[in-house]
Ligand binder design. Sequence first.
Ligand code: LMR
Length: 396
Amino acid sequence: RFSVVPTAPPDAILGLTDAFNADTNPNKMNLSVGVYKDATGQTPVLQSVKAAEQKLLSNEKTKGYLSIGGLQDYCDHVRTLAFGDQVPAERVAVLQTPGGTGALRVAADFLKTQLPGAKVWIPTPTWDNHRAIFDAALLPNDGYRYLAADRTSLDLDAMVADLREKASPGDTVLLHGCCHNPTGIDPTAEQWKVIADVIAERRLLPLIDFAYQGFGDGLEADAVGLRTVMDRVDEAMVCTSFSKNFGLYSERVGAVSLVAAQASEAAAANSQLKRMVRTNYSNPPRHGGAIVATILSDPELTAIWKSELDTMRNRITQLRQQFVETMKTTGAGHDFSFLLPQKGMFSYSGLTPMQVDELKQKYGIYIVGSGRINVAGMSESNMQSLCDAVASVLEG
Ligand code: LMR
């Protein structure tokens, strides 16, 4: 019977790492999946994480199940990192989830079952997995315009027009809290106010994907968009990921938060979110959440973590600048300065799918089909060869 099962296409992002691993080119570079690498090419375990793990290992008493919603102190920290003290705790339901993807899927199942008929509006472009997750949950979705025709800036007017004219009251709008994936192009503080006003005016539900807090301008600065929206609305959902900012990729550490207008509504929504979890993965894994809770409950470990996060962010900024400068020396005659204001791990290079393919075939350089380059995967030692290869495909 399995003879009828067709082969699925490889995943647009993770499939590239499989192809990269199979590539025998000794000079290959993986600039696809959003994973931070240090100057030695490693994705390090943060010192704050190692210290927290040592504490956990010596104090661990049980491997018993967590509750469906996960660790309470972890969930409290998730709420504080995202909202500060902007929203009273009793109006927020937070559940620990396996990564940001787990959070998005729980949110999608919740929206599909509890707000039937509502559509989710997602930016064009967006992270390749957004649409796939919503499709898998049978949640109707459609795109709103985000990237301007010059492919280097936000088209705020088009975004606002789509949210105003195409989205219906009650629909959900997916926003990237910071470090828009794949473009790195975020709204300014002023633009966030305009977006927040439209969301409030049209009675849309914001669903904020918050996977890169601390990778743009800093932990608090990166929450400005989310908090500007929360100033205008009393209902929202947020999907948090700690894969990048704690370097906990494989531990799958995330959370879904739901803000309701009333504490009683938050409690009811929480009970439904738990049903979604129970029929999906039952309850979350402990270890990653326990690491984050241990760090954030300890002022010394928190200080170490914050400085490690600053180091990662500053390194990415430097690599982005170095890429722009090195491209100038290649004689390709293509100015990449537009990458400089982009935020987060990614640079939206403007390379076409054909050029992306040529980089892979000729040079073993893997970037995502949209032209998204993981800047955090570049290194000082491979910068020149990367830029030479990019220059050569640009010259065609
Ligand atoms: C990415 O966009 O590369 C990351 O969010 C990793 C992933 O799961 O796709």
